[in-house]
Write a protein that binds this ligand. Structure first.
Ligand code: XMP
Length: 509
């Protein structure tokens, strides 16, 4: 990797998007809180200052700890970042009018500037700010305007510092990606060599140096992240990696056996532990969703610990932590920090005193998939829908019993198999069946039935934070409903969930 970009996060809801766009240029970048004291490593070739929900006019407005004006590498301020640069040098920043939210037409005033390379004279950009720069400081050059915003883009004289008040990182900015490309590849001169293959090569070398002859234990969940982390570690340290795959009895129908088989097919050294009786036993009588999660989480840690302690001389715990988890736990208070995932079953087996190794810490989810594909992991595993750690327990409303798990597994399998058969599986983010705690009357043959009700849930989403119900064809829903009622004993009614998130959630518990 020949260079990287540093993004100073002032708390904008779009900070992660900036990182995404830079990574899409095949350039590595990292997000750090604006107030972090840091020594710039020679590999940092440029700095981007993010937006922020704050105003530079406020007392104690966030200011970077780094002396960005004299740091020796090019700097691009976006929105708040641009306002801060102007304000710091004596420019005027004032409350903006309502016209500075949403789409605007950008007019280039200085097409010769390297930031404007290839940008048409007029193009659409996305504005979202409460403040605006009304007067640029002396020596600043205005590069572009919109009808409402005179100083939409500027450069500080002939220095390597630029500011833009629009959000180049959002898709609504027509040439947004081009602005970032001009800055990152053109001005900063970073080579676009951050590819899955390079990532694998450098990570494998790093893991070998980090781990040496030690042993690593890793819990596999059947999901994408833990699988890719395991295959990467396996490539680095081979038989020194020991994987544990726990059957909680709450997985999908036949999933434990088939996933275990594919893990073995990938050459992983994996121990399957069947602990269904323990999980289901501990769940007896538990109806509260959070109590279910806690019970399952505790059992996971205990079962994992027992299995791990049988492996001799283990000193590392491998984990499939990915970049959004890292950012979420260290984010600057502000809009980006409020978007949190509250999940994740399990926890660190603390008494084992293991060091933690997380080979995917720098990657976004789609990058994990690309790395997985480059590692040769089968699409069937890489393309799998997310599945919650507590499994079917939070899709059985009320108490979980072995009988209910069996009913739900059958109904879910009918639904998922049909989605795959009809080529719909890859068009949706996540799907599954839910067993409701109600019985209703039906009629079958000549007899009256009084049986269970299954709800089907299928959603489209980008990241699981928000979601919409999938518009599955009526004919498809009709045939799934028919197949479930015909083949799953104990079910006489099927309904389809038509709620988006928010206000509903994806899971029912
Ligand atoms: P919700 O229901 O909050 O779910 O809209 C968002 C995403 O998170 C998954 N989910 C969980 N994953 N442990 C997990 O590992 C949990 O307790 C849990 N609860 C929900 C859910 O399946 C969806 O992908």
């Amino acid at each position: 990797m020949s260079g990287e970009i540093l993004i100073l996060d002032f708390g904008s809801q779009y900070t992660q998007l900036i990182a995404r766009r830079v990574r899409e240029l095949n350039v590595y970048c990292e997000i750090v809180p604006f107030n972090k004291q840091l020594e710039l490593s020679p590999s940092v070739k440029g700095i981007i200052l993010s937006g922020s929900p704050s105003s530079v006019r406020e007392e104690g407005a966030p200011a970077p700890a780094l002396d960005v004006e004299h740091c020796g590498v090019p700097v691009l301020g976006i929105c708040y970042g641009a306002q801060w640069l102007a304000w710091k040098s004596g420019g005027t920043v004032a409350p903006a009018g309502s016209r500075e939210y949403g789409r605007a037409e950008l007019h280039v005033k200085d097409a010769s500037d390297p930031l404007m390379k290839g940008i048409p004279a007029d193009s659409r950009v996305w504005m979202s700010h409460g403040d605006t720069i009304t007067d640029l400081p002396a020596g600043f050059r205005m590069l572009a305007s919109t009808d409402a915003v005179d100083n939409a883009a500027f450069r500080i004289g002939d220095s390597l510092i630029w500011g833009i008040q629009f959000h180049a990182e959002v898709h609504h900015s027509e040439f947004g990606a081009r602005f970032l490309e001009n800055f990152v590849l053109g001005i900063c001169g970073v080579a676009p060599d951050w590819t899955p293959e390079n990532f694998i090569e450098s990570t494998v070398a790093h893991l070998r140096a980090q781990i040496g002859k030690d042993r690593v234990v890793l819990g596999l969940s059947g999901g994408v992240d833990s699988t890719v982390a395991a295959v990467l570690l396996h490539k680095a340290i081979g038989a020194q990696l020991h994987c544990i795959f726990v059957d909680s009895g709450l997985l999908r129908k036949d999933e434990f056996a088939s996933v275990l088989e594919s893990y073995k097919g990938m050459g992983l050294n994996v121990t399957g532990v069947n602990a269904s009786a323990r999980f289901l036993g501990d769940l007896a009588g538990v109806t509260d969703p959070e109590k279910k999660r806690k019970t399952i989480g505790r059992d996971f840690v205990e079962v994992f610990n027992e299995a791990a302690s049988k492996i001799k001389d283990v000193s590392w715990l491998g984990q499939g932590t990915i970049y959004p988890d890292v950012i979420e736990s260290s984010a600057v208070p502000g809009a980006s920090a409020t978007i949190k995932s509250h999940h994740n079953v399990g926890g660190l087996p603390e008494d084992m005193k293991l060091k933690v190794v997380e080979p995917l810490r720098q990657l976004f989810k789609d990058e994990v998939r690309r790395v997985g594909a480059a590692l040769g992991i089968p699409p069937l595993i890489l393309g799998r829908h997310p599945f919650p750690g507590p499994g079917l327990a939070i899709r059985i409303l009320g108490e979980v019993t072995p009988e209910k798990v069996a009913i739900l597994q059958e109904a879910d399998a009918v639904f998922i198999d049909a989605l795959r058969r009809e080529g719909l599986y890859d068009t949706i983010w996540q799907a599954g069946a839910i067993l409701l705690p109600v019985k209703s009357v039906g009629v079958m043959g000549d007899g009256r039935t009084y049986e269970n009700c299954i709800a089907l849930r299928a959603v489209t989403s980008v990241d699981g934070m928000t979601a919409d119900w999938a518009r599955l064809p009526y004919e498809f829903l009709a045939s799934v409903s028919d197949a479930i009622i015909r083949s799953v004993k104990g079910v006489n009614r099927v309904v389809y969930d038509i709620c988006s998130k928010p206000p509903a959630t994806i899971e029912w518990e």
